[in-house]
Design a protein around this ligand. Structure first.
Ligand code: THU
Length: 130
């Protein structure tokens, strides 16, 4: 299934009673499999868990770990960009050139690669002296 369709479908399942802002995310892995996630909020931590983090959790739970493409969709005036924490999580499992498409439900799209979303990312290399 195309990532756009998978992300759009899973967005319908988002649990976002506090923000009323539903987000869907879909990842393709090196194996070709597609993993999806939606945001899940709760009363104690209304920001909850992001859609991207949900999709990553599904990928890891399935025994997969290399992201080759990502897609995020929300009903926003401009394409929603992943939060800082999700950028780091995406960078953990995807190379810098991995394409991330950010979309609005009315058809807007912004495409950036992971290295653009998280320039100067902290990585394992920074710990080489330790
Ligand atoms: N959210 C995501 O799921 N992904 C993003 O990239 C940005 C924000 C969610 C978290 C929370 O449920 C709601 O959007 C408002 O922050």
């Amino acid at each position: 299934m195309p990532l756009a369709k998978a992300a759009s479908n899973v967005r319908e399942n988002a649990y976002a009673p506090y923000s009323n802002f539903k987000v869907g995310a879909a990842l393709r892995s090196a194996s070709g499999a597609v993993y999806t996630g939606c945001n899940v909020e709760n009363v104690a931590y209304p920001e909850g868990t992001c859609a991207e983090a949900g999709a990553i959790a599904a990928m890891i739970a399935a025994g997969d770990s290399i992201i080759t493409e990502a897609y995020v969709i929300a009903d926003s005036p401009t394409p929603v960009t992943p939060c800082g924490g999700c950028r780091q999580k995406l960078a953990e499992f995807g190379a810098g050139e991995v394409k991330v498409t950010m979309a609005t439900t009315d058809g807007g799209e912004l495409v950036m690669c992971l290295a653009e979303l998280l320039p100067g990312a902290f990585s394992q290399d920074h710990m080489d002296n330790s």
